[in-house]
Design a binder for this molecule. Structure first.
Ligand SMILES: Nc1nc2c(ncn2[C@@H]2O[C@H](COP(=O)(O)OP(=O)(O)OP(=O)(O)O)[C@@H](O)[C@H]2O)c(=O)[nH]1
Length: 192
């Protein structure tokens, strides 16, 4: 398979106070915006879920998995690892569940930038790297494992260990990358 989608829904949502995946945004729930973008721009999408919402998601989707036991609770890197283990592809598009303005256009732009010289395509929006809205080649798997084994759980550690194309000039608006982690931001942005 050329490209697979990995939707990360395995977080604790501590700052949000309840599972943000199911928060409402326009006529959908947060995670659905990401799922649809992945579904439209990849050949197959897996959902890597938190145990507390696994059953809910399984009622709607076939490919719902928990983080591999070996790395459960270790954050998004564990989710990316699990996605790569569950589905075989050359490239993986990953998205978090808390960027409800995300569109398929963002992924389409990243796909266009794929280049075999790079292991990952990562947007930079207003100076901030976006490693959870990105593409990773399958050859990054050993580096992901190495980072997990060494306890380097930050996505930035992975980026330091692979060859990354940082995409600074995407046509998609920066609003597509809006990341909602807490109730204040949610209430403020919802009222726009
Ligand atoms: N599969 C998987 N996804 C995760 C994990 N931790 C975070 N995520 C996802 O990664 C994205 C970004 O998560 P964060 O906002 O950094 O963390 P969070 O745990 O959801 O929220 P906080 O508890 O408030 O930090 C979200 O889509 C999360 O669901 C994990 O351990 N496994």
């Amino acid at each position: 398979m050329d490209i697979a989608g990995v939707l990360l829904v395995g977080g604790e949502s501590r700052r949000f106070g309840r599972q943000k995946a199911f928060a409402h945004w326009k006529d959908k729930e947060f995670y659905q915006w990401s799922f649809e973008a992945l579904n439209e721009e990849t050949q197959n999408t897996v959902i890597i879920s938190h145990p507390s919402i696994e059953e809910n998601l399984k009622m709607m989707y076939d490919q719902v998995y928990l983080d591999d036991l070996k790395y459960r609770g270790k954050g998004p890197l564990a989710g990316l690892y699990t996605g790569m283990k569950k589905i075989k592809a050359n490239w993986y598009a990953i998205l978090p569940c808390d960027t409800p303005n995300i569109t398929r256009d963002v992924l389409a732009e990243l796909k266009e930038l794929r280049d075999e010289r790079f292991d990952a395509i990562v947007p930079v929006i207003e100076g901030k790297k976006q490693p959870l809205i990105a593409l990773y080649h399958k050859r990054t798997l050993p580096f992901i494992i190495e980072n997990l084994e060494e306890g380097n759980l930050r996505m930035s550690s992975l980026l330091d260990s692979i060859s990354v194309l940082f995409a600074n000039n995407l046509k998609s608006p920066s609003s597509a990358f809006l990341n909602i982690n807490d109730q204040d931001t949610y209430q403020k942005c919802r009222s726009f």
